[in-house]
Design a protein around this ligand. Structure first.
Ligand SMILES: [Zn+2]
Length: 85
């Protein structure tokens, strides 16, 4: 388990080996989740301020961020499956 308050990936995988590629991919996953969180907060602020144009722009950015998150996790799980790490 990764502690929720830690931005650091675990150094040792479930099979007891360290894989730098997995750590890199995991960092990208973490960054993509942080991006979604950030854009969501700005989206909410735009909604509450009644700024429709800003909201629409951020809503599109949020969709792109979710797509990037899906790709990041897809790459991570594909690597883990292929590499066995
Ligand atoms: Zn690996």
């Amino acid at each position: 388990m990764i502690p929720a308050d830690s931005g650091e990936p675990p150094l040792i995988g479930s099979r007891g080996t360290r894989c730098l590629r997995r750590e890199q991919l995991q960092n990208e996953c973490a960054d993509s989740l942080k991006k979604i969180s950030d854009v969501t907060a700005r989206c909410l602020a735009a909604l509450q301020s009644g700024d429709r144009l800003k909201f629409d722009a951020l809503d599109r950015e949020l969709e792109h961020s979710v797509g990037a998150k899906e790709r990041a996790f897809g790459a991570l799980w594909a690597h883990c499956g292929e590499h066995g790490c």
